[in-house]
Design a protein around this ligand. Structure first.
Ligand SMILES: O=P(O)(O)OC[C@H]1O[C@H](O)[C@H](O)[C@@H](O)[C@@H]1O
Length: 310
């Protein structure tokens, strides 16, 4: 195998087109044929080892933000901050698997033997986890992403994960996230992350929105058969581009919704002023006390499927 490089793979077929970076196994953009991009990319993409790529679909693994240990939380203690922020999944070169890739599909792998033991020691419940991870991206008129982690060791371990998808919208002020009405969420913009209940669609007024929706096994399950207008599932309505993006989250236990708003958005070093208006992040997640625990030999797949409503 050669030295890892910042290779970018373009997947183009008659139904859609995507670009994927080996660094981070990071989907940089995706659009169904003839449509504006659905997965958002900033005007400039900075590729630098050790730094996360902005936009696209960062893989958050094996902890979210600075990490969360439920045992410590139950004991009333803070989890010591883990580094790097959001885990190492987005700042590693993943290994492409050409034998399992074609003009619609790319597979990447990563093995715990490639990771520094001092970083692995930060896993919840097991300082010496052994695992392999597989990331499958399927490109067409929908985009499917699936992160599968398998416990190859003799002891259980736990991890948090998210597919931190930046969805392109014409103007976030004219966009709404639908399908979470009545769902409980942690408002992580406030001290202590108070639990709130979503009332109606989620809108964006230029202040930061940063929420973890406690949807259960999937957002679709959470909204099944309810009478609050959630029956059509999780989606983003974009009045500026006059379209609706559907977001399925198989294997997720939470959904994170994030837009930094004006002040924090303009302060992000790898974004130009005003670029925060062009996206909303809707993330298939398993984080906080909804993390995933794998027994020896067990696997879990966290997925996200995007499509544009006809
Ligand atoms: O700037 P990043 O490290 O990519 O993090 C961006 C954002 O990710 C998630 O959506 C978190 O909920 C936010 O708290 C965080 O600010």
């Amino acid at each position: 195998m050669g030295t890892p490089s910042f290779a970018i793979r373009d997947i183009v077929n008659e139904d859609g087109a995507a670009s994927i970076s080996d660094y981070g196994a990071h989907v940089l953009r995706w659009a169904p044929s003839g449509m504006p991009d659905v997965v958002w990319k900033p005007r400039t993409i900075y590729l630098q080892e050790g730094k996360a790529i902005r936009g696209g679909v960062p893989i958050i693994f094996p902890w979210f933000n600075s990490g969360y240990d439920p045992t410590l939380a139950e004991a009333g203690e803070d989890t010591p901050a883990k580094k790097p922020k959001h885990g190492f999944g987005r700042t590693r070169f993943w290994t492409p698997d050409p034998a399992s890739s074609d003009d619609a599909h790319v597979r990447y792998t990563m093995d715990s033997s490639e990771i520094d033991p001092s970083i692995l020691a930060q896993f919840v419940g097991n300082p010496e986890p052994r695992f392999h991870a597989t990331y499958d991206v399927t490109v067409g008129d929908s985009l499917s992403m699936a992160l599968t982690v398998t416990n190859d060791g003799d002891e259980p371990f736990s991890y948090e994960a998210a597919l931190h998808t930046y969805l392109h919208v014409g103007d976030v002020a004219r966009a709404q996230v639908l399908g979470l009405d009545g769902a409980e969420y942690l408002d992580t913009t406030l001290p202590g992350f108070p639990v709130r209940v979503q009332d109606g669609p989620i809108g964006f007024d230029g202040s930061m929105v940063d929420r973890i929706y406690l949807t259960g096994d999937s957002a679709d399950d959470a909204s099944a058969g309810d009478d609050r207008g959630n029956d059509d599932g999780l989606r983003v309505r974009d009045d500026a581009l006059d379209r609706t993006i559907r977001v399925a989250t198989p294997g997720a236990k939470a959904v994170v919704v994030w837009n930094p708003g004006e002040e924090a958005g303009n302060a992000i070093g790898d974004l130009e002023d005003g670029e925060w208006r062009g996206f909303v992040c809707v993330e298939a997640a398993a984080n906080r006390d909804r993390l995933i625990t794998l027994s020896p030999g067990e696997s879990h797949t966290l997925g996200q499927v995007l499509s544009v409503e006809e």
